[in-house]
Design a protein around this ligand. Structure first.
Ligand SMILES: [Zn+2]
Length: 267
């Protein structure tokens, strides 16, 4: 059963395409041989133009009956301050979703509302590094919000490792700042969860997407250029596609990882 998205891609590329949630693919890629390779439970968080998440437990993607496991971007920002309520309107119909704060456009909107100036998220980060007070304050608000959003995840899932992906994951300061902030919101006296940057690039999900072909011989599949895999944003997967994703395992990805796969997810 092809979704409209996969049918469009198939028509465009002239080849069969399978699709699944990019955050799941990202988390799988990093859990297998990336930043979470030694962890039993990995939460992969994509912070890009949108915000999503995926969960890998002992090498297997946790999908769930609704195929939304880990998708915390459209939960409300936890422990909001008065000036964070009700928050910006989200495309999903709600206001104040985590995505409206932690996506790249979310940071840019926050900076604009505070300063009246428009800068890209990259420029906001570099401005903060250069000593600009408005940029620094925006970055600190972003870090505080990310700390609360991830503390919520830790309180429920208690992952060993949280791997960040998406364009915002390139902000190196997040990895030092956020763990100093999240302890206030985590229901434990001690927090051993690691917050780490991806190893395979901020769009590492493309590697995981290669494993939407269960049941094929991995070494043979690597020599079949007529097949392509793709990840896409906010997937609404069919039952067949859920089953495909559920069958992804680290052993399969590791067998395939000798072949380099280049590309970008659409998030
Ligand atoms: Zn939303």
């Amino acid at each position: 059963m092809a979704s409209r998205s996969s049918a469009d891609l198939e028509a465009l590329l002239g080849r069969e395409v399978r699709v699944s949630n990019d955050a799941n693919c990202f988390a799988l890629s990093e859990a297998c041989d990336g930043a979470g390779k030694d962890a039993q439970t990995v939460f992969g968080a994509i912070l890009g133009t949108g915000v999503g998440g995926g969960i890998v437990v002992r090498g297997n993607v946790l999908v769930g009956p609704n195929a939304i496991a880990g998708e915390w971007g459209h939960n409300p920002l936890p422990w909001p301050t008065d000036d964070e309520r009700p928050g910006a309107q989200c495309f999903c119909g709600h206001t104040g979703c985590i995505e409206t704060f932690l996506s790249g456009p979310g940071l840019e909107r926050d900076y604009f509302s505070a300063t009246g100036k428009r800068l890209t998220s990259i420029d906001i980060e570099s401005g903060a590094a250069g000593g600009d007070a408005g940029c620094e304050q925006a970055m600190r608000r972003y870090e505080a919000r990310l700390a609360r959003a991830l503390a919520h995840v830790i309180n429920i899932l208690d992952p060993d490792t949280i791997v960040l992906g998406g364009g915002m994951s390139n902000m190196q300061r997040l990895y030092a700042a956020v763990p100093t902030l999240w302890a206030a919101w985590i229901f434990s006296d001690r927090v051993d969860t690691a917050l780490v940057r991806n190893v395979h690039g901020d769009s590492s999900g493309v590697r995981g997407a290669a494993w939407l072909w269960p049941g094929t011989d991995i070494r043979r599949a690597s020599h079949r250029p007529h097949r392509a895999s793709a990840s896409y944003n906010h997937a609404r997967t069919t039952t067949a596609q859920r089953a495909s994703t559920a069958n992804i395992a680290c052993s399969e990805l590791q067998a395939f990882s000798g072949e380099k796969i280049h590309g970008k997810s659409l998030r």
